[in-house]
Design a protein around this ligand. Structure first.
Ligand SMILES: [Zn+2]
Length: 464
């Protein structure tokens, strides 16, 4: 059996049609593996249709501009160049003519023009650029390249570096759209804020730091750098995540402000920041909202106590002593749960004094860790609320009730393999794409840039 697929091209006024044969396939007797189209045939078919359609589009566009709009004289041909357009269905090599400008209406500085190159400024279709970004937001650049090549008739080998470059260009475009950084984002005065409609319940923002491998490692110490990940959770509605590289980003406050604004934050709204108490993110909240409160995330606080408890349990040959320390640490936890920072710190100080008199390697390690914990409590004392009361009142005390931001935003994509290494810029730009993919807002950006971009994600498609 032989099947031919034809493309019928209609003129705009429907007066004439052109029929082009695009694709032919032959089939043996019906069997599971001869049923319908196979992937390679589908790819060939799509590429052939794409070629035919684009050729028609280009010639229609050029013939519409061949004559001068002022006097009707055809433009004289100067030369032509080959432009390469990468599309989902093939790499197209198009002849782009350069024409002389018509002498009837001289325009200073314009002697020639290239109508096709003027329309196709970017040499990639938005949809291919979008898919590269979407895949690379979820899996590695290499895997993204492989997946797209396997499924689509790209017409040219797609390499990990090509995907990376394209994705970074998209991210840079988004970065360029971000407004200027300011020292603070609190505007207006309290009297104006009172006039605003009553806001919803507090907006909860979790901020946390994680580490990724550096690609410029020279010593063991500079092998990692910090990446900040966060999640804004409105009382109802979808949470949205964000991320940035502290040492690269010049606009962290603006970035966070935009995330909160997109979540409907207004000046009279209470915003609760839950952080791990890290130095560099502690200060961020106070620039963003007059009603911001900063609290130590309960999950992070207890994690530290758990680590200390494990160290204490590891003290060999001192089971009684180790049990004592463990018990004291439980008291510290209990004090902290009730916001009693004074007694928690007191207990930690006592433990430190006891342990410092001790000799022995393990207790030395534990003493150091407990002393550091004391310093951590001192630095974050005013960010430790009465967690028990807050919990009873239904207020947020931790961000870990949803998946931790660091794990979701950073770890899954950027640290799961030891050989993944990053530059601060590369990590920062990828984070801008990844967070948009996770928030399901990347298509919105493409629709803003390209009004006829109609791609919908699977979720959007199913919802429709
Ligand atoms: Zn003219």
């Amino acid at each position: 059996m032989k099947v031919t697929v034809q493309v019928v091209l209609h003129a705009d006024d429907d007066t004439q049609t052109v029929v082009r044969e695009a694709f032919t396939l032959t089939r043996a007797a019906l069997a599971p593996d001869t049923l319908g189209l196979q992937l390679q045939e589908a790819k060939d078919l799509l590429a052939a249709v794409q070629d035919t359609v684009v050729e028609h589009q280009v010639s229609t566009a050029l013939s519409a501009q061949i004559t001068c709009p002022d006097c009707g004289t055809p433009h004289r041909h100067k030369d032509s160049r080959r432009i390469v357009m990468r599309t989902l269905f093939g790499t197209l090599r198009l002849d782009s003519p350069r024409w002389w400008a018509c002498p009837c209406t001289p325009r200073p500085g314009v002697r020639t023009f290239s109508p096709l190159a003027a329309v196709l400024r970017e040499r990639i279709t938005p949809e291919l650029s979008y898919l590269q970004a979407r895949f690379a937001g979820l899996v590695s650049y290499g895997l993204s390249a492989d997946l797209l090549s396997e499924i689509l008739p790209l017409g040219r080998a797609l390499h990990a570096t090509t995907v990376r470059r394209q994705v970074q260009a998209t991210a840079q475009r988004l970065e360029d759209e971000l407004g200027e950084e300011r020292s603070g984002f609190i505007t207006g005065c309290p009297a104006d804020w009172a006039e605003l409609p009553r806001p919803d319940l507090p907006l909860v923002v979790g901020l946390d730091g994680g580490y990724v491998h550096s690609c410029t490692q020279r010593t063991r110490r500079d092998g990692w750098f910090e990446v900040i990940a966060g999640k804004a959770m409105p009382a109802d509605g979808r949470p949205s995540c964000f991320g940035y590289v502290q040492t690269y980003d010049s606009k962290p406050k603006r970035r966070l402000f935009e995330v909160l604004a997109s979540q409907g934050m207004q000046a009279n709204q209470q915003v609760t920041f839950l952080t791990d108490g890290g130095e560099d993110i502690r200060d961020l909240p106070r620039y963003l909202n007059p009603q911001a409160e900063h609290l130590l995330d309960w999950f992070h606080l207890t994690m530290r106590i758990t680590v200390l408890t494990q160290l204490a349990k590891g003290l060999r040959c001192q089971s009684e002593r180790s049990a004592n320390i463990t018990q004291e640490l439980q008291r510290v936890k209990w004090f902290l749960w009730h916001g009693n920072v004074f007694r928690a710190r007191h207990t930690v100080d006592d433990l430190t004094t006891d342990l410092t008199d001790d000799v022995g390697v393990e207790s030395g390690k534990l003493a150091k860790a407990i002393r550091e914990f004391g310093g951590y409590l001192a630095a974050n004392a005013c960010a430790i609320p009465n967690y028990g009361e807050r919990r009873l009142a239904g207020e947020a005390i931790s961000t870990s009730f949803v998946e931790s931001a660091v794990n979701q935003v950073i770890s899954k994509r950027m640290v799961k393999k030891q050989q993944m290494r990053w530059s601060p810029r590369g990590a920062h730009l990828l984070l801008q794409i990844r967070t948009r993919v996770l928030n399901n807002t990347l298509t919105d950006d493409y629709r803003r840039w390209y009004p006829d971009f109609t791609h919908t994600t699977d979720q959007e498609h199913l919802a429709a």
